[in-house]
Design a protein around this ligand. Sequence first.
Ligand SMILES: [Mg+2]
Length: 275
Amino acid sequence: MSPPKYKGIIFDIDGVLKRGSTPIPGAAETVRKLRGKGLRIVFLSNLSTKSRRQYVDILRNKIGIEVSPEDLVLATSATADYVAKNSSTGKVYFVGHQGLREELESHGLKIVDDPEEAEFVVAGSPFDEKGYVTEENRWKFTGAIRAILLARAKFVAVNPDKLFPGPDGKPIPGTGTFLGAITAATGVEPVIVGKPSEEIYRIALEKIGADPSEVIMVGDQLYTDIIPAKKLGLTTVLVLSGLTKKEDLEKLDAETREMIDYVFEDVRGVLKLVE
Ligand SMILES: [Mg+2]
């Protein structure tokens, strides 16, 4: 018998394991079966607002998957990790929500109120789920510009996502909209740590401890999940339970289509690859 081909799987969370707060049918059972086959499973999310502690709760209570913080690679925690590794003073001017603040602080970084003290500007989304700038973030456009222009702070962002569907289905701005404003004012482009940056995939591969050729990426979006994972040499699975629909596949050019190794209706299809 030949040794198993795959050692680990990276699961995108939204559109793959859940939609909003509704679990995708079979998600918990599929993860349990894959773990039963000895595969190391890592969960990945690009959201700029939530910490690992919050995601442990969501996966456990909403989807029924038992996880520890060690199983999670989030854009928030990966960004905190990146800044902690590259900082000398640890002083951060922070834009965003509580979950990101929690990750920055748990990585030993210090949040400063005075932009001119900052070594880094770390940006998540300053907007709430209805598209309003939150009270805490009201002055952050000005603060971030001053940190970059006056203190030469380095500019780092959790993700580049410009728009999301709001609760009524109409667009609301995300982190990328904030980044665009700050870049327009300062001429400085941020370093992006979350998807589609390779940085977050490298962290996930390190956690699994396997070669890219031994790892499967399961996602619902081409630009953030499939393309960067394929470029790093992972096997790619596109599921149709999230943002990409069957009709979208027919419109793809040949080069992009080739980056998708397998297409399944939902997450249960992944079991076929390890039987
Ligand atoms: Mg997704």
